[in-house]
Design a binder for this molecule. Structure first.
Ligand code: LRH
Ligand code: MN
Ligand code: MN
Length: 424
């Protein structure tokens, strides 16, 4: 299904008066509001192909209906999101979960929804049917060179799929690690990973990037071979100028100061991009901004502080993506909420009075510095984000319109009510 312009316009008309009141009220105190709206209009956040169906925990999956069963339907879903918010104009594929059989056809279909292809993701954390060697004990770090070669070849294959689709980056996330002390030699595992990544790096086209994603633990519980930003940065630095560290917000040990990590990676020119999600405990993969919105704001505060002159949209070269899992909410609604939370955090970060903050820092005026940040964070910028959407022809309230139009009901009518994820 596709959303027609008329339904969006009709929805917007119904909300215009209320929206204008809220916008006028907040804009009164924000002289640079037009600049903020222009920046929000440009900002796009990619949707991963694996987030469109029901996710789960290792204890179960609860079925969703009308979920996409093919790559074509996943593209259709991202197209719906993009029509509703005009901020989800890219899709990120996980291979082999989503193999584009006919790249040109898939590209054309995506383009018909206004979508491009973001980073491609390799998968050496699961065994695939017919695969010669198992990844039970790791992939790029494996003690057996034959396993490493299989994993390297898979990554090269993923790059080739990405080239055909017009992607410009490969994201490598490894489950490689150990669950018991003594199980592996840390240095050898790291060296093997580096050597394997070098082989993959050698196949990157000139204008591509390699994102090295880190994760503190899980699926292994004693060590992860790329366990934190230091290890990722070490690899990225040794690999070369096309390699960067990717920050997944859920991949840190509890209470890590992610905004500080972001600021230093940015300073070093090694920040590749983000996988946005939120968590209370670890890799909970919850809706962005649902648990720690202040942290999300502080991350954007560092981004704006470090690179606002360049602008932080896609032209900055950073990868912006959601990486969440949906077990309770409709995945499409959840993704709309995540995109909204990210844009709110960005808008709030643009409000920070940087001159005053600098002065407060220079004067060690702790109270003033806190006031400045919290003033921005506590400003209700929702109407500013909505105005950016309105100007792009998207919905003033995407979640409300999704429900008004019964989008899920229509998808169920089209695709059937059997869950693709569980067959129930
Ligand atoms: C690992 C991860 C990584 C994978 C995705 C499915 O926890 O965040 O980015 O590619 O989940
Ligand atoms: Mn991730
Ligand atoms: Mn994760």
């Amino acid at each position: 299904m596709k959303l027609d312009k008329q339904s969006i316009e009709q929805h917007n008309q119904g909300l215009t008066a209320k929206h204008q009141r809220a916008l006028a009220f907040v804009s009164d105190d924000i002289p640079q509001v037009e600049d903020i709206i222009a920046k929000l209009e440009k900002f796009q956040i990619a949707i991963p192909s694996w987030a469109l169906g029901t996710g789960g925990t290792r204890f179960g999956r609860f079925t969703g209906k009308g979920e996409p069963g093919s790559l074509e339907q996943k593209i259709e879903d991202v197209g719906l999101l993009h029509a509703l918010n005009k901020s989800s104009g890219a899709i990120s594929l996980h291979i082999p979960w989503d193999i584009p059989e006919d790249a040109n056809k898939i590209k054309e279909l995506a383009a018909s929804h206004g979508l491009v292809f973001d980073a491609v993701n390799s998968n050496t954390f699961q065994d695939q049917p017919g695969q010669a060697y198992s990844y039970k004990f790791g992939s790029l770090h494996h003690v057996d060179p034959k396993v490493r070669k299989q994993a390297v070849d898979h990554n090269i294959d993923v790059i080739n799929h990405g080239i055909a689709l017009g992607s410009k980056a490969l994201t490598v996330w490894l489950a490689d690690g150990s669950s018991f002390p003594g199980q592996l030699n840390f240095r050898e595992a790291f060296q093997n990973t580096l050597e394997s990544l070098k082989e993959i790096y050698a196949h990157l086209p000139e204008d591509w990037k390699l994102f090295v994603e880190y994760k503190a633990f899980e699926p292994f519980f004693y060590s992860t071979t790329i366990g934190d930003w230091g290890q990722s940065l070490l690899l990225a630095s040794k690999l070369g100028s096309k390699a960067y560290t990717l920050v997944d917000l859920g991949h840190h040990l509890p209470n890590a100061n992610i905004e500080q990590i972001v600021s230093l990676l940015l300073m070093e020119g090694k920040l590749g991009g983000f996988h946005f999600n939120d968590s209370k405990y670890a890799d909970d993969d919850l809706t962005a901004g649902s648990i720690k919105p202040y942290q999300l704001f502080l991350i954007f505060n560092e981004l704006v502080d470090g690179m606002d002159a360049r602008g932080i949209d896609h032209s900055s070269g950073l990868g912006w993506m959601i990486d969440a899992s949906h077990n309770l909410k409709d995945p499409l609604v959840d993704l709309l909420q995540s995109v909204e939370a990210i844009k709110i955090a960005y808008a709030q970060a643009l409000l920070v009075d940087r001159v005053a903050l600098k002065q407060a820092q220079q004067a060690n005026d702790v109270v003033r510095a806190q006031e400045i940040l919290q003033h921005a964070f506590r400003t209700d910028v929702r109407s500013i984000v909505a105005e950016a959407r309105l100007r792009q022809g998207a919905a003033l309230n995407p979640v409300a319109l999704f429900n008004e139009l019964d989008v899920r009901g229509k998808l169920i009518a089209e695709r059937g009510s059997q869950s693709v994820a569980t067959g129930l």
